[in-house]
Design a protein around this ligand. Structure first.
Ligand code: NIG
Ligand code: FE
Length: 418
């Protein structure tokens, strides 16, 4: 049966055949009084309500948006959504003056979530992850990348990745799975990080590949995590197992992480708060997509945001993502991330929306399926309770997301958690 949405005051198609750069990042392909029709989860027609009326059989299921905004379902290209517990205690300690790095050095931080994940059963992890997925959907997201990295031993990493697989199979959130075994050095390898890297290369990566549990491999390349040559070792093992690379670089220290991502042929370089001009050139030369995570800057109380304007000037297809995780960025909201991009990074509302839709989808190699309202793509659509798309980042924190369709199915919040 055909379904349709008509009378979208702004149908923000974000139409495009590839990622957008430079001035094209402001081109949202808005259709006033727009409409969209889909059948069996795939978009069949896009146009004005008048143009599409002849294609609407009388028995089609039609929603009248009464002048509100419709965008593609948002795409969150960097999250750590599978975790157990919370770190509200560290949030309070940071409010009292402790730094993220100090907390990590005392055995808190990532390692405290690792303890919680190791003792959780797969079902417990799944139940909590599904709650996180519901929060994302409630904020307009229909596709999310999801990393492991809170297990740090073979079984616990596989447990997280199997939760990713269950989330994907169950839907409605579409999941792209990333193996991040090299997120931190686990306590049992303290002082022996090279031995842990060998475990990641020799045991974890082959097991992940054997079970087909991940598309991507990530490494936290940072002073408190893994060095550049360790990152390069893991990257080459990952490639030999058919996994593609997304890397955490240049977040807390500036040490040429972007140049490394370019040398290693990564698809994305994520964070980049402290990237150098040379690093930006390297990304542009090698076509590496920058993924910015301003909510992690905000939530850590830091003030140095990534240089999105310089990235756009360099012709790079900037992506924005939440980095949703229990430590540095406990927010599942892309609209909030868009607000930060506009207020702290000098991005326009149009650029910010494009960075959370079309460019984000292409950064996950999912641009053929999601990220814009184009004929042939999945009917992943988000309706907003406003009449101007700029109000999505402008009314920061307001619950504007009204309806979400994933693969053509209307989700209420209740259906999303059932
Ligand atoms: O992307 N950078 C490493 N990982 C996360 C933080 C994870 C945590 O604190 O639990 C990040 O910011
Ligand atoms: Fe991250």
């Amino acid at each position: 049966m055909k379904s349709a949405i008509i009378h979208c005051g702004q149908l923000v198609t974000v139409s495009g055949s590839g990622p957008k750069t430079g001035p094209a990042m402001s081109d949202l392909g808005i259709i006033p009084d727009g409409a969209v029709i889909w059948e069996e989860g795939r978009i069949t027609h896009v146009g004005t309500t008048d143009e599409l009326r002849p294609h609407l059989p009388p028995d089609s299921q039609t929603t009248d948006l009464e002048g509100k905004v419709l965008t593609p379902g948002l795409v969150d290209a960097h999250t750590h959504l599978v975790f157990a517990g919370s770190r509200a205690n560290e949030f309070e300690a940071r409010a009292q003056g402790k730094s993220y790095v100090e907390i990590a050095a005392e055995g808190g931080g990532i390692l405290s979530t690792v303890r919680a994940v190791r003792t959780a059963t797969e079902d417990e992890l799944f139940d909590q992850a599904r709650q996180h997925a519901d929060w994302m959907i409630a904020n307009g997201t229909t596709t999310a990348e999801s990393k492991s990295g809170y297990g740090l031993d073979l079984e616990s990493e596989l447990k997280i990745l199997r939760v990713n697989r269950r989330l994907r199979e169950q839907g409605p959130l579409k999941i792209s799975s990333t193996f991040l075994g090299a997120h931190a050095v686990p306590p049992e390898f303290k002082g022996r990080s090279d031995d842990y890297v060998a475990l990641v290369e020799d045991e974890m990566l082959p097991a992940v590949a054997r079970e087909g549990l991940a598309t991507w491999c990530d490494v936290f390349c940072e002073s408190i995590a893994f060095r550049q040559e360790q990152t390069a070792r893991i990257a080459s093992a990952a490639k030999s197992h058919g996994l593609k690379l997304r890397l955490h670089v240049d977040q807390l220290t500036s040490a040429g992480g972007a140049q490394l991502a370019a040398r290693l042929g990564a698809k994305t370089a994520d964070h980049l708060e402290l990237v150098s001009a040379e690093g930006i050139r390297a990304l542009a030369d090698k076509g590496v997509t920058p993924v910015h995570l301003p909510a992690s800057v905000f939530c850590l109380g830091h003030t140095t945001y990534p240089p999105a304007r310089a990235m756009i000037a360099a012709g790079l297809p900037v992506v924005l993502a939440t980095d949703f995780n229990p430590g540095s960025s406990p927010t599942p909201s892309l609209p909030f991330v868009m607000s930060l991009a506009c207020t702290q990074m000098g991005m326009t509302p149009a650029e910010a929306l494009l960075a959370c839709t079309l460019n984000a989808a292409h950064s996950l190699d999912l641009g053929h399926d999601v990220g814009s309202i184009d004929v042939g793509k999945s009917a992943d659509l988000t309706a907003w309770n406003c009449s101007d798309y700029r109000e999505i980042p402008y009314f920061a924190g307001a619950p504007l997301c009204q309806h979400v369709w994933a693969s053509g199915q209307l989700l209420t919040r209740r259906q999303a958690s059932d």
